[in-house]
Ligand binder design. Structure first.
Ligand code: DAT
Ligand code: MG
Length: 138
């Protein structure tokens, strides 16, 4: 069993995609062990995306991710980290596998609907950044 951090980004929430994405997660068989709608502070956004701080798109990325409510999700399941990344598809929707969330619902890299941790280390870090211990099911 593995846990990962998933997020429906502001574009996905704004476009009413939350039920569709939660349905895909549940059909897949992952257990939702944490779930909340929230607006991300600038500080949390800059920490979350800290690895991209020097990239030219960093400012836009922080503006975008703090620009409206997101849905933060803690998922649990077998190989949940790579499995959720596979369900999302590649970062650039043009390269995302057919049937993946980003292929089905996004057209630009900047607004690509969902986030997923990319390694066990980032999953632990991101779950800790977005959820207090008491907010996650045992
Ligand atoms: P991922 O979200 O697939 O983990 P990432 O960690 O490389 O991708 O980048 C984080 C987010 O930053 C990504 O979802 C969208 C944005 N981003 C990445 N590369 C970008 C680019 N070249 N132009 C604009 N936004 C970009
Ligand atoms: Mg990433």
């Amino acid at each position: 069993m593995e846990r990962t951090f998933a997020m429906i980004k502001p574009d996905g929430v704004r476009r009413g995609l939350t039920p569709e994405i939660l349905a895909r997660i549940q059909r897949k068989g992952y257990r939702v062990v944490g779930l909340k709608q929230m607006v991300i502070s600038r500080e949390v956004a800059e920490t979350h995306y800290g690895e991209h701080r020097e990239r030219p798109f960093f400012g836009e990325l922080v503006e975008f991710i703090t620009g409206g409510p997101v849905v933060a999700i803690a998922l649990e399941g077998n190989d949940a980290i790579t499995g959720w990344r596979a369900m999302m598809g590649a970062t650039n929707p043009a390269n995302a596998a057919p049937g993946s969330i980003r292929a089905d619902f996004a057209t630009t890299t900047g607004e690509n609907v969902t986030h997923g941790s990319d390694s066990p280390e980032s999953a632990e870090r991101e779950l800790g950044l977005f959820f207090a211990e008491g907010e996650l099911l045992k």
